[in-house]
Structure formats: structure tokens, C-alpha cells
Design a protein around this ligand. Structure first.
Ligand code: ADP
Ligand code: MG
Length: 395
């Protein structure tokens, strides 16, 4: 049994008003939804509740409004959401249209106005929690991506109404538990991306948890510098080499093997396929060169590490993957991880905005066991933090 309450525990919802916190914060381009991934993630929960005769009231934020403004009204996404859901969806500005909520029938689905139009939402103001709570009988949180914030609609409500995790939240929590909570060993973590400074807490947490820590991306340069390697013009946080050294020491004490690249792909200018492109040993980087990807020999060695592992958690690309050919290492290692997952020897969980983009670019996002699109919440989970919105759902 899960450590949190799910829709399996909710009982009979027929005719009950269920407030469902979802993530409808989709990207828009020229007034159109440019990526409806977040809409699709809500479908299992919304469909299940509506089919069981609940009155489904969707609570969500949209953008970062300081005050109510028509261009961040959830009215804008109601039609596009309805198309994805495949059944009618009402938009209700319930502050002014209280009769709108009262008129809903079992099986109806409505989107309520942007939770952040209420000043107290982000302060978890009890008065705002009360106003939301009066609208419903039950509360379901299906927005893992907002669970790192203790807001009225993500945390406060769970203490005011009977509270349950939705299906997307449940799947995400189960995958994360399998990856770092009680993982099958050995466990490998890949941490990449631009800067060490944004992921210090992640690294500190992981060295105590995983058997292999694979460091790539720009942040590997800071670790290489900490070991006395000259990294030339590479992106490198020289002021953090001491901290990087401490992390390496902590890993050693915890019996965590840290893998830094021994060959790298360098160039004198950051551009697609630059003439100065070459692959070299990490000890051969010239003063006017920068490291933009880890090298093929390193990738081959890392693939061999993954073959010995049962679990993988991945955040951050291994190189500047947006610019060819600096996507090569990320693509190759992601494909290895995907193949091992498909063979059944590896549980693979990945997350992070650019990581998801990189896995899509490699064409393997669907072949990982689980890919989290949660961004900030995923990183806080990788830091070992307890997320307030999740904690509030505990049994
Ligand atoms: P995520 O969003 O998945 O958490 P990050 O935002 O931490 O990932 O890092 C992604 C960025 O890191 C990408 O834009 C990528 O170009 C950059 N990056 C990776 N390796 C390097 C490198 N060697 N030099 C410069 N930038 C790099
Ligand atoms: Mg990013």
C-alpha cells in the first residue's frame, strides 16, 4: 500500500464536488497552446472522477499574475483543454459566478479561475484556503510539479478537506520511490547541466544515496578543475572548486564511485560544427579551448557502468546538446539507458526541463521507465527534500 492516500481510498464520489489541483500551466505561442503534455497528464484522474459521477472542479495556476489580468485567465485554455479531454468543460469565474458552481451536475467538469488571482494563494493564507474549501467536498492533488510549494491550493486545502493523490501524482511518486526511495542496487545517477551552483544540494544528497555518480555537462569542468585539470576557456565555476572537492571527499567516504570524463570534445568557439572542433584527453585542453561535451571513450566506459546497474536517475545533459555535435554523448548514453530499460535490466527515471528536451531529441523519452516534466519539484526531490504538497497527502 502506498504511503499516501490515492483515488483508491476516496470512496463514493457520486454527486460530490471534488476540487482537483492540476497543472494547466501550458506554454502558449501567439494565443495557442504550443505543448499540451500537462493537459494530457490530467486525463486519467479527471476522466475517472467524472465517469464515477463526481462534479469535477479543476484548480490551477496560470503564469505569475500579480493581480487578476485577462491574459492570464484560465478562460484562455478552457477550449483547448476541452479538446484534449474530449468532453465538455465549463470555465467558471466563481468569485463573481457562484451560481455557476451550484448549477453543475454529476459528471460535469469545470475549470475555476486562476488560483493566483487570489493574493493569498501563494502565502497559503487560511482565508483563501477557506474560500477554496467551501467550493468542494473532497480534494485531489494531481499536480506533482507544484507540490514543492506550500500554497493554498497545493498544501493548505489538503488539511481542510479529505485529501487524495490523483493518478498522475501517484505514478510520479511511485516512480521516484522506485528510483531513490527503495531502489534496486546498484544505483547510478547522471548529473549534468551547465552549473554546479544550481545543483550542489542534488550532488550532496546523491553521494550518500547512489553507488555511481556520473558527472557531465559544464559542471564536470568545475570538478575537473578541483582535481587540478586545466579547463581553458570552459564554463567553470572556479570559486566552487573547494566545494566540488568536498563533494568528491564525501563520495569517497560513502563508497560512491564518481565518474568524471577522461576525454572531452573541445572547440575554440561555441558554434555548430566549428572548424576548431577536436576530441582530446582532459589533460590536453588548450588555454583557448572550451569543453562542450564529454568524449566518446568516456561515453563507452559509462555505458559499461550502466550495464552493471539496476537503477538510474538522470538530471542534466552531458554536453551543450542544443548545438551539434555537442549532443553526441547525451544522445549515445540516453540510448544505452533506454535499451537497457527496454531489455528489463534497468529502471530509469529522468527529469529536468533541458533533460526532457534532450531525451526527446535523442528519441528515447518513451523508452525510459519514467520521465518527469516537473522541473523545480523534481530537483527538490533529487535534493532529498520533503515536498509540502506530498507530505500533506501522507496517510
Ligand atoms: P535541466 O534543465 O535538465 O535541469 P540544466 O538547466 O541544469 O538542465 O542544464 C542544461 C544546460 O546545460 C543546457 O542548456 C546545456 O547547453 C548546458 N551545458 C551542458 N554542458 C555544457 C558545457 N560543457 N558547456 C556549456 N554549457 C553546457
Ligand atoms: Mg534547465
Amino acid at each position: 500500500m502506498a504511503s499516501f492516500r490515492t483515488l483508491d481510498d476516496i470512496g463514493d464520489v457520486r454527486g460530490k464536488r471534488v476540487l482537483v489541483r492540476v497543472d494547466l500551466n501550458v506554454p502558449m505561442q501567439e494565443g495557442k497552446v504550443s505543448d499540451d503534455t500537462r493537459f494530457r497528464a490530467t486525463l486519467p484522474t479527471v476522466t475517472e472522477l467524472a465517469d464515477k459521477g463526481a462534479i469535477v472542479l479543476l484548480l490551477a495556476h496560470f503564469g505569475r499574475p500579480k493581480a487578476p489580468t485577462p491574459d492570464l485567465s484560465l478562460a484562455l485554455v478552457t477550449k483547448p483543454y476541452e479538446q484534449v479531454l474530449g468532453r465538455p468543460v465549463r470555465y467558471i469565474d466563481w468569485e463573481v459566478d457562484q451560481a455557476g458552481v451550484a448549477s453543475l451536475r454529476p459528471g460535469d467538469v469545470a475549470i475555476l479561475e486562476n488560483t493566483r488571482f487570489f493574493g493569498g494563494e501563494e502565502k497559503n493564507d487560511p482565508a483563501v484556503v477557506d474560500r477554496f474549501a467551501r467550493l468542494g467536498d473532497l480534494y485531489v492533488n494531481d499536480a506533482f510539479s507544484a507540490a514543492h510549494r506550500a500554497h493554498a491550493s497545493t498544501e493548505g486545502l489538503a488539511h481542510r478537506l479529505p485529501a487524495f493523490a490523483g493518478r498522475a501524482m501517484e505514478a510520479e511518486l511511485n516512480a521516484l520511490e522506485q528510483a531513490l526511495g527503495k531502489p534496486e542496487r546498484p544505483v547510478a545517477a547522471v548529473v549534468g547541466g551547465a552549473k554546479v551552483s544550481t545543483k550542489l544540494e542534488v550532488l550532496r544528497h546523491l553521494v550518500a544515496k547512489v553507488d555511481h555518480l556520473i558527472i557531465g555537462g559544464g559542471m564536470a569542468n568545475t570538478f575537473l578543475a578541483a582535481r587540478g585539470v586545466k579547463v581553458g576557456k570552459s564554463l567553470c565555476e572556479h570559486d566552487l572548486t573547494g566545494t566540488a572537492g568536498e563533494i568528491l571527499d564525501a563520495a569517497e567516504r560513502a563508497n560512491c564511485t564518481v565518474h568524471l570524463p577522461y576525454d572531452v570534445v573541445v572547440a575554440k568557439e561555441f558554434a555548430a560544427n566549428p572548424p576548431s572542433l577536436r576530441t582530446c584527453n582532459v589533460h590536453e585542453v588548450a588555454d583557448d579551448e572550451m569543453i562542450l561535451d564529454i568524449g566518446p571513450a568516456a561515453v563507452e566506459a559509462l555505458a559499461d557502468v550502466l550495464k552493471t546497474c539496476r537503477t538510474l536517475v538522470w538530471n542534466g545533459p552531458l554536453g551543450a546538446f542544443e548545438t551539434p555535435p555537442f549532443d553526441a554523448a547525451t544522445v549515445a548514453l540516453a540510448r544505452t539507458a533506454a535499451a537497457l530499460t527496454q531489455e528489463g535490466s534497468l529502471v530509469s527515471v529522468a527529469g529536468g526541463g533541458d533533460t526532457v528536451a534532450a531525451l526527446n531529441h535523442a528519441g528515447v523519452a518513451d523508452d525510459f521507465s519514467f520521465v518527469s516534466t516537473a522541473g523545480g519539484a523534481f530537483l527538490e526531490w533529487m535534493e532529498g527534500k520533503e515536498l509540502p504538497g506530498v507530505k500533506a497527502l501522507a496517510r
